[in-house]
Design a protein around this ligand. Structure first.
Ligand code: DGL
Length: 275
């Protein structure tokens, strides 16, 4: 009998943001082993070209598979928007036919479609994600009659990473981004960026209680749980010792402090080189 290769779940993000997704996943699925990789040396991805985002994401996928991961979650909306499809359709079949890479867009899109009553959904995301139109595509696949209004929020990631989420300037900027979505009378909004969950309370306050706010961490975790039940061929290849390992492409000091904020507990991180 051929022995199965076993390993952890890989979680990839352009930087710290994906730690908020990992946090939600480990809460829902605490028994598995996880390797987190943040490409902090080259973050943010949000305003880069699709070609570069694909290339960086492909390198990250190689790193995680070489470290035995059996399944990878691209816990970055920009990478999920600009690289996931090509990785699934072209790269995996050629180089890793038995492994899987999943993104974070579909769980958020499905949750929003299930929640909206007036069929008007807003998406707040990075410029890369908005330009790719990926959320619009995923929502329309589920219900073509829904109207989707996108808002890119380029200042949010730098503000949050600078630890300025409670700065009054952040509130003013959020109000500016949210105003056009309010004018479109959306009743549901997807926070389509790993970082925006950290300002979820501020966003909820500005929208008021008529608008449902979909924060993707919880949705991704719920859908991953269902995916693993439906795919025993993947689930049985995953190791389950609740072990967490963290890697970053940049020096580790900032990752250690800021990373702990996103993850909610102290983490030890190791520096790696992807190219
Ligand atoms: N992780 C990215 C995302 O979810 C945000 C940070 C970046 O622009 O790299 O889109």
């Amino acid at each position: 009998m051929i022995k199965k290769e076993l390993g952890p779940i890989g979680i990839f993000d352009s930087g710290f943001g994906g730690l908020s997704i990992l946090k939600a996943i480990t809460k829902e699925l605490p028994n598995y082993d996880y390797i987190y990789l943040g490409d902090n040396a080259r973050t943010p991805y949000g305003n880069r070209s699709p070609e570069i985002i694909y290339e960086f994401t492909r390198q990250a996928v190689d790193f995680l598979f070489k470290n035995n991961c059996q399944l990878i979650i691209l816990a970055c909306n920009t990478a999920s928007s600009d690289a996931l499809r090509k990785i699934q359709q072209e790269y995996l079949p050629q180089y890793y036919p038995s492994k899987k890479v999943l993104g974070v867009l579909i769980p958020g899109a499905e949750a929003a479609v299930a929640k909206t009553k007036n069929k008007k959904i807003g998406v707040m995301a990075t410029e890369g994600t908005v330009t790719s139109g990926s959320f619009v595509r995923e929502i329309k696949k589920l219900d073509s009659t829904i109207k989707v209004f996108q808002q890119s929020c380029p200042l949010l990631v730098p503000l949050i990473e600078a630890g300025e989420k409670n700065n009054p300037a952040t509130k003013i900027i959020l109000e500016q981004y949210i105003k056009p979505l309010k004018q479109k009378k959306i009743d549901t909004v997807i926070l389509g960026c790993t970082h925006y969950g950290l300002v979820e309370e501020q966003i909820k306050k500005i929208f008021g209680d008529k608008v449902k706010v979909i924060s993707e961490g919880k949705e991704v975790a719920k859908k991953l749980k269902i995916y693993l039940v439906k795919h025993p061929e993947i689930e049985t290849t995953l190791t389950k010792k609740s072990k967490l390992s963290f890697y970053s492409t940049d020096t580790t000091a900032k990752f250690q402090t800021l990373g702990s904020k996103f993850f909610g507990q102290k983490i030890r991180v190791e520096k790696v080189n992807l190219n």
